[in-house]
Design a protein around this ligand. Structure first.
Ligand code: SF4
Length: 235
């Protein structure tokens, strides 16, 4: 597990904390708003970008009572392609086993889309600007699809992971909301033990849990972490 925060001097950090947007409060307010609209006839529609089944498990537990959901599996970052397919198939199996009748929209796998997005940043490491670009690529495609599909909201499962920067995700989502005119559901699904719950649900449904984030660089980074651990603790 990595600490993605940037160290700052005490005074500056306190000021930034004070001014920080409370995305979780916005999330809760939006759920209440969605419930009001459901009481008046219909749940609002939500296009939910999903990275994998384990992350979707708890997110769906949080959202399925509030929205009409369509899953959106757009992840050209995942490498190699068989891994992309494994995660998609596992998501599909989970939806069926858990009794969610949601469809999955999945644009074709074009790895070059990811390669272009992170060009020049490949060696920066997990949690860096490379990931910011990766988030934006996936959220932008989701916003485009939400607009063309006439959805009321879009969001992503990504914020459930302790390895993902929720501030960045929300910042990007709000910017895209302005650009595309489709509302972004701010979130931080790891809050209130969300990540722990996703592990419990993964165990319950026997879900495949990958051991690296997705791109070829994160796969190599995970391999080298494993190697250095085994060298530190021989036997
Ligand atoms: S580590 Fe994960 S979030 Fe970062 S670029 Fe790779 S796949 Fe994307």
């Amino acid at each position: 597990m990595y600490n993605l925060s940037v160290r700052k001097s005490g005074g500056k950090e306190a000021a930034e904390t004070k001014n920080r947007i409370n995305y979780y409060r916005i999330f809760e307010e939006t759920l209440r708003e969605a419930d009001l609209s459901a009481e008046n006839g219909k749940k609002p529609s939500l296009l939910l970008h999903a990275c994998c089944a384990p992350c979707s498990s708890h997110v769906l537990e949080c959202l399925s009572g509030h929205f009409e959901i369509t899953m959106f599996y757009y992840n050209p970052n995942i490498s190699p392609e068989p891994e992309f397919k494994t995660r998609l198939n596992e998501l599909s199996r989970f939806l069926k086993d858990a009794g969610y009748g949601y469809g999955i929209e999945s644009p074709p796998y074009v790895k070059e889309e990811f390669d272009r997005a992170v060009s020049g940043l490949e060696q920066l490491g997990e949690g860096s600007k490379r990931c910011y670009r990766c988030y934006e690529l996936r959220l932008r495609k989701t916003a485009e699809a939400a607009l063309s599909g006439g959805f009321s909201f879009f969001t992503t499962t990504l914020s459930i992971s302790p390895y993902k920067n929720s501030e960045w995700l929300n910042e990007i989502g709000i910017r895209l909301e302005k650009e595309y005119g489709v509302r972004y559901l701010c979130s931080d699904f790891k809050k209130k033990n969300g990540y722990k719950r996703s592990i419990e649900l993964s165990e319950k449904y026997g879900l495949y849990r990958q051991d690296y984030c997705g791109c070829e660089y994160s796969r190599k980074e995970a391999e080298s972490r494993r190697k250095s651990r085994s060298e530190s603790f021989p036997g």
